[in-house]
Design a protein around this ligand. Structure first.
Ligand code: IPD
Ligand code: CA
Ligand code: CA
Length: 266
């Protein structure tokens, strides 16, 4: 893997995310409604999610036609170059639908299972997070770093809930046990932004069960490049089963606590 490839992928991820994010911000219809539902009645997709994914995939196919693509709204191309783009065209769709500002476009490029570049653009916050493997994480043009690990009881912990009622009931049970043991819990509504908020020291930690690669691919790299440890159950990498991000020193007790609480199963 060459530095030139990483630089090229990062530049394209930045441009794709910027175009899609600006389109979503400037083109949001006043009467935006739900175009379809997915896994449940509250798992929604708007016409803008679909248009954003198309904008990104058209842009990338034009610039790098040999690459594979995996997008939340159905984009799926095998590719021949070994590079795969992992795209969430709107992360935080419910926030976007309601006019809340915490939503983002997430674009990552992977090669041989390794994420080389990641961008999370949150237009309503005026914030672009970016990272290339081994080169640190940036918010706009400023390097970011995780907050030093606090004592477990002083940690501000972000999390999220899936769209299925049974899974949520279990996730609420985990939170019920955790909330008296930490500083507080936050539920921002965008997993990609939550991971970037760990990177920028705005959250001490974040965890969630049930994410998909498009939710975490870019944010995981950004959090790690900012000094976070990320992973899943003890000894395992982060995955749809469980995603945890926190600075070393907080990551380990949080991972152990989440294991005890069974945060990895429904
Ligand atoms: C969701 C958001 C949310 C998280 C959910 C995700 P979407 O993504 O990241 O914060 O709790 O698990 O599915 O549906 O807005 O792209
Ligand atoms: Ca998402
Ligand atoms: Ca989405």
């Amino acid at each position: 893997m060459t530095d030139q490839l990483k630089a090229d992928l990062l530049a394209l991820a930045l441009e794709a995310a910027r175009r899609a994010g600006d389109f979503l911000r400037d083109g949001r219809p006043e009467d935006l409604g739900v175009a379809a539902t997915k896994t449940s009645a509250v798992d929604v997709v708007t016409e803008m999610d679909i248009a954003s994914e198309k904008l990104i995939t058209d842009f990338l196919a034009d610039r790098r036609p040999e690459d594979g693509v995996l997008g939340e709204e159905g984009a799926s191309v095998e590719g021949t170059s070994g590079v795969q783009w992992v795209i969430d065209p709107v992360d935080g769709t419910v926030n976007y639908l309601y006019g809340l500002p915490s939503w983002a476009v997430s674009v990552a490029a992977r090669k041989d299972g390794e994420t080389l570049a990641g961008v999370v653009y949150a237009p309503m916050r005026g914030e672009t997070f970016r990272a290339a493997l081994g080169e640190g994480a940036y918010l706009n043009d400023r390097p970011v770093r995780v907050r030093p690990a606090p004592a477990f009881g002083l940690a501000l912990v972000g999390t999220g809930f899936g769209y299925l009622a049974e899974r949520r009931a279990r996730q609420a049970e985990v939170v019920r046990h955790l909330v008296p043991q930490v500083r507080d819990i936050r539920r921002g509504g965008s997993a990609a932004i939550d991971l970037c908020d760990v990177a920028a020291g705005r959250l001490d930690a974040y965890y969630e069960r049930g994410l998909n690669p498009w939710d975490y691919a870019a944010g995981d790299l950004i959090a790690r490049e900012a000094g976070a440890r990320t992973g899943g159950r003890p000894g395992e990498p982060l995955s749809p089963e469980l995603t945890i991000a926190a600075p070393p020193g907080l990551f380990e007790p949080l991972q152990a606590r989440l294991e005890e609480l069974g945060a990895w199963h429904d």
